[in-house]
Design a protein around this ligand. Structure first.
Ligand code: UD1
Ligand code: CA
Length: 431
């Protein structure tokens, strides 16, 4: 589309009370700014981000996900304020949509509504019961006359319930003409972008309000706002997946990050957390399991299992209190209480309760490789690096310190000793 998008993100975000730049705070696993850019990308390729505080950090984080974003550092000392932010920026297209970096819930659909209204400036307006903190919008005969910031408003103006949501569509000529004309003669000594409205109005340009829903234009200024935005984002993510055919039990208790993918009919029980780059295909995840950066296919996971990054699990059953990390399991049963890390386990193998792959010697990590049809008895420790070939039985309680050949039994046990009547000697006869 022939529109450029500018995202204002130079503010410090003081109210977040955090050393992390505001726009890098995460919502559903991705930085706030990620969600905005993702939607903006659906509209245009000309996206400019205006930064200042921790600019390098923000830029690095964005470049992990997106290409071809223009970064501009605001001259905050000489030109502070939202009007200062847009000075001297060259936009490719004739219309510029201005977004805020702390508005993670805005969608492509909401952005498109600005393009349906024909005016020199279209600006977002929300009607709020409690308008405090926002710039008030003075509307007359369906046109916006001016915006008055809370800090500059008198009593009467403060009563206005129509507020500026902070998103605008400008014609390029308007920005070119009026940006150099706004002054910083106000309570905050800042160059307010909003002052363009009255300047343009005075010269007869048309400025139309676009009434929008608070939910989509919610600004995140505090950690309470952050958690509220998270709830809305989660609701959207889960509703989308349920529409795609995923069954969710008590979805309010389920957390699914942006970027997780489901395929075919999957079922997710309550309390499940699925994070990162996880792909789940035709599988069931039972209650309170946690899965991160893994692939799960035709399998059942949990309840209360933890699948850590780099795992690839297919045709398998992973039961309660099993932790899997960076392991490839194909056709495996690990029903209870095990740690399987840096391992490869093949078809038909059964991992007994209490099995541990001892993958770390305090310095480095090593692999455990288990072939087909291996029966690993309960309470086995596999001291990696170690390789168990096909068709092996490992007796319960064994510590496996060397490779085991195909078809063998491996057993390491202290022989059992019994002392008759020891109980009675120790505790006495009793009843
Ligand atoms: C701004 C609007 C206000 C509106 C509100 C909606 C102005 C003058 N006021 O107020 O009418 O109701 O948004 O949320 O525009 N930013 C920069 N550079 C700066 C200052 C801010 O890039 O020098 C960025 C911030 O990082 C933020 C956005 O602009 O993403 C809005 O800034 P913020 O300080 O939150 O503006 P408000 O005072 O809330
Ligand atoms: Ca704000």
């Amino acid at each position: 589309m022939n529109v450029s998008i500018a995202i204002l993100a130079a503010g410090k975000g003081t109210r977040m009370k955090s050393p992390l730049p505001k726009v890098l705070h995460k919502i559903s696993g991705k930085p706030m700014i990620y969600h905005i850019i993702k939607e903006a990308k659906k509209i245009t390729d000309d996206i400019t981000l205006i930064l200042y505080h921790e600019a390098e950090k923000v830029r690095e984080s964005i470049e992990k996900y997106f290409e071809n974003i223009n970064f501009v550092i605001q001259d905050l000392e000489n030109y502070p304020g939202t009007g200062g932010a847009l000075r001297d920026i060259e936009f490719r297209h004739n219309r510029i949509l201005v977004l805020n970096g702390d508005m993670p819930l805005i969608t492509k659909e909401e952005m498109e509504k600005f393009f349906e209204t024909d005016a020199d400036i279209v600006m977002s307006v929300i009607k709020l019961q409690n308008p405090s903190g926002y710039g008030r919008v003075v509307i007359r005969d369906g046109e916006v006359e001016k915006i008055v910031e809370e800090k500059d408003a008198n009593k009467d103006t403060k009563r206005i319930k129509e507020v500026n949501a902070g998103v605008y569509l400008f014609k390029k000529d308007i920005l070119k003409k009026f940006l150099p004309k706004i002054s910083n003669d106000n309570a905050q000594k800042e160059y307010y972008l909003t002052d363009i409205i009255s300047l343009a109005k005075d010269e007869g340009y048309s400025i139309k309000p676009l009434f929008v829903k608070e939910e989509d234009f919610k600004g995140v200024n505090s950690k309470a706002d952050l958690s509220h935005a998270e709830e809305i984002m989660q609701e959207r993510i889960k509703t989308r997946w349920m529409k795609e055919g995923v069954i969710m039990h008590l979805p309010k208790t389920i957390f699914i990050e942006e970027g997780v993918k489901f395929e075919g009919e999957c079922e997710i029980e309550s309390g499940v957390v699925i994070k990162g780059d996880t792909h789940i295909c035709k599988s069931i995840v039972f209650a309170n399991s946690v899965i991160e950066d893994s692939k799960i296919k035709y399998s059942t996971i949990g309840p209360m299992a933890r699948i850590r990054p780099g795992s690839d699990i297919e045709d398998s059953h992973i039961g309660n209190f099993v932790e899997v990390k960076k392991s490839v399991l194909k056709g495996v049963k690990a029903g209870h209480l095990s740690y399987l890390g840096d391992s490869e386990i093949d078809e038909g193998s059964n991992i007994g309760a209490g099995t541990i792959t001892c993958n770390y010697d305090g310095k480095a990590k090593y692999k455990t490789i288990i072939g087909k049809n291996v029966f690993v008895g309960s309470d086995t420790q596999l001291i990696a690096p170690v390789k168990i070939e096909d068709d092996v039985i490992i007796a319960a309680g064994s510590t496996v310190t060397k490779d085991v050949k195909k078809g063998s039994l491996a057993i390491s046990r202290t022989p059992l000793k019994t002392v008759e009547n020891f109980f009675y000697k120790f505790f006495g006869k009793g009843k």
